[in-house]
Unconditional design. Structure first.
Length: 157
C-alpha cells in the first residue's frame, strides 16, 4: 500500500470515526432528554405497554390512532378499533411478558423506533415463547403515539 493511499485511508477513517462519534453524542443527548428512551428494559413506555397488555389489552387503545398499524404475526390491521379488536381476540386469556432487551433510536421525523425482545408465558403454559416487537412512536403534541407496531414470535430452528 502506498504512503499516499495510507494517508488518504487514515483521513477517511478519522473523518468517519469523528462523524460516528458526533452521531453517537447527538443520539445520546437526544436519548437522555427523552424519558421514553432511557436505555433500560424499564423505560416508561415499555413498562406501561407490557403491564397494560398483560392486564387489560383494551387499555392500550389510547396509544394508537386511526392511521396506526399493527402487524401481529401474519395479520395486519389499521386503526385504533381494529387494533384493539385484534389484541382482544388473541387466543389466550392470561399473558405475562418477560422483557430481555430494549433498544431505541431516534428517527429522522422526530419519531422513535423501539425494539423489544423477550419471552412470554400464556395461560397455563410452562414453557415461555420468545418474541420480538418493534414500535414506531410518533410525536403528537407533547407526547407520542404508536404509529407502527410489529410483533413476531421467534421459533427455534
Amino acid at each position: 500500500m502506498s504512503e499516499r493511499h495510507c494517508v488518504a485511508q487514515s483521513r477517511w477513517s478519522d473523518k468517519r470515526v469523528k462523524q460516528t462519534l458526533e452521531w453517537k453524542d447527538e443520539k445520546n443527548k437526544y436519548l437522555q432528554q427523552d424519558p421514553l428512551l432511557q436505555a433500560s428494559t424499564r423505560s416508561p413506555f415499555v413498562t406501561f405497554y407490557y403491564q397494560t397488555f398483560d392486564t387489560n389489552r383494551e387499555g392500550l387503545a389510547g396509544l394508537y390512532r386511526d392511521h396506526s398499524m399493527l402487524t401481529f404475526e401474519t395479520t395486519s390491521v389499521q386503526g385504533t378499533g381494529a387494533i384493539v379488536e385484534k389484541l382482544g381476540s388473541l387466543p389466550f386469556q392470561k399473558v405475562q411478558h418477560q422483557i430481555a432487551t430494549f433498544d431505541a433510536q431516534p428517527s429522522s421525523d422526530n419519531g422513535i423506533i423501539v425494539l423489544v425482545t423477550g419471552a412470554l408465558l400464556v395461560d397455563e403454559e410452562q414453557k415461555p415463547m420468545n418474541y420480538s416487537q418493534l414500535f414506531k412512536l410518533q410525536p403528537e403534541g407533547g407526547s407520542y403515539f404508536v404509529l407502527n407496531d410489529v410483533f413476531r414470535l421467534i421459533y427455534s430452528a
